[in-house]
Design a protein around this ligand. Structure first.
Ligand SMILES: [Zn+2]
Length: 408
């Protein structure tokens, strides 16, 4: 049973069927190879998930954020959600745990509108069918949370952008003493459906908050649920029953908030709690291995920033270092292997057009079953040596290792 506090925010786990792309993941190497390595964090470029936002109003455009409020609220929401991902905290549970708090290395990128590339992809819809103007948490009606109506009807750039829908509770329901309006949502692979943000904003205004304060407060509260639901879309499951594929996530203690340091609640993003501020290394391995699976729905959502070379994002293997990359990577700059250093590649490394691998004297590039390629239908620049005589720098090909799509 959920206690009353937990019922403040409910995410309804959508059908297992929708998680099939995760369960059938086809990434190279071991899943744990995709945990960002804090000692070499530049080797794990930040991933950007493209999203667009939809506001569902009634036929008169009422009962949800209007044009003028939407831009301000939703840009604040994305900024705050990204901030919360960047500053995520250590795990509260189990007490005295040593689970490391490592950077999550993913963010959201609000797409551009299909109508005007200079404005963000925030779409207002005046739904004429009363059945679909409002969120309905009942499971027995056609317009229930499992309905794909909104995605089917209004989805834009399906598959390439995560479509996030914001609905309101029905005004009649809000007037009912027996109806409890909650933050609610679902997070299938290709869209997210959420309710209650506009009600929270109205409540904040009714409390006397200024418009700006109400927007920031509402965005901060809503960002927790957004991160949770997108966590589902990226492949994560609820943690409290076990069986989420991770042994570093705590079983939920049925607790929303505690100010007792000796008896804290879980603060994991995929539990129901007031913080939702922690993501474990195992959870990150699921997300990033899904990003590395080029057949996954999660990979398709990524902004392909690795197709454009950035001089500032070169990867350097320093003198005498010996680095092994056991997972695939989509890099955005050159790879520099300095004197007497070595880099062993076991999976697929994508380099952008005109990027190169530079070998200093006595450096080694070992392609141990690995592949260096370009996945943007262009060519990378190939391997270069710092000295013409090569000075014992070498490229070693093992277990079918090779390079392709380079300028010969
Ligand atoms: Zn959930």
């Amino acid at each position: 049973m959920l206690n009353r506090a937990i019922r403040n925010s409910i995410c309804i786990l959508i059908s297992w069927v929708l998680f099939i792309p995760t369960l059938n993941a086809q990434f190279c190497g071991n899943r744990l190879d995709y945990i960002p390595d804090t000692s070499r964090i530049d080797d794990f470029p930040i991933r950007y998930v493209r999203i667009n936002l939809h506001v569902i109003a009634d036929a008169q455009g009422a009962y949800n954020f209007d044009d003028s409020l939407s831009i301000q609220f939703f840009t604040s929401l994305i900024d705050i959600a990204n901030y919360k991902l960047r500053v995520k905290t250590s795990m509260n549970l189990p007490l005295h745990n040593t689970v490391p708090n490592i950077p999550c290395r993913y963010q959201y990128q609000l797409a551009s509108s299909i109508n005007d590339a200079t404005v963000p992809a925030i779409y207002l819809h005046m739904e004429t069918n009363p059945m679909y103007q409002f969120f309905n948490s009942a499971h027995t009606t056609a317009n229930n949370v499992y309905s794909t109506f909104w995605y089917d009807t209004y989805g834009i750039h399906k598959g390439d952008e995560l479509n996030v829908f914001f609905l309101s509770h029905h005004p009649d329901s809000l007037n009912s003493r027996t109806y409890s309006a909650k933050d609610q949502g679902v997070g299938p692979a290709k869209y997210v459906l959420m309710a209650n943000a506009f009600q929270l904003y109205q409540q904040n205004i009714a409390k006397g908050m200024s418009k700006n304060d109400a927007i920031v407060n509402t965005a901060s509260l809503t960002a927790n649920l957004l991160n949770h639901e997108i966590g589902h879309s990226l492949g994560l499951m609820h943690t409290w029953n076990g069986g989420d594929g991770c042994d570093d996530t705590p079983m939920n203690a049925g607790c929303w908030y505690s100010n007792d340091p000796a008896n804290p609640c879980s603060n994991n993003m995929m539990d129901y709690n007031a913080a939702q501020s922690a993501i474990t290394p195992c959870q990150l391995s699921i997300i990033h291995s899904n990003f590395a699976d080029k057949k996954s729905s999660q990979y398709q959502l990524l902004a392909p920033i690795w197709c454009e070379k950035k001089d500032s994002l070169k990867i350097i293997i320093y003198p005498n270092e010996h680095i092994v990359w056991s997972g695939s990577k989509d890099l955005e700059g050159d790879i520099i292997i300095r004197n007497k250093a070595s880099l062993e590649i076991k999976c697929i490394v994508s380099l952008p057009k005109n990027a190169k691998v530079v070998l200093y004297p006595e450096a080694s590039l070992i392609l141990n079953g690995g592949l260096i390629t370009n996945t943007c239908s262009e060519k990378w620049k190939g391997i270069q040596y710092m000295k013409k005589r090569k000075l014992k720098a070498k490229v070693v090909y093992l277990a079918g290792g090779r390079i392709e799509n380079y300028i010969e």
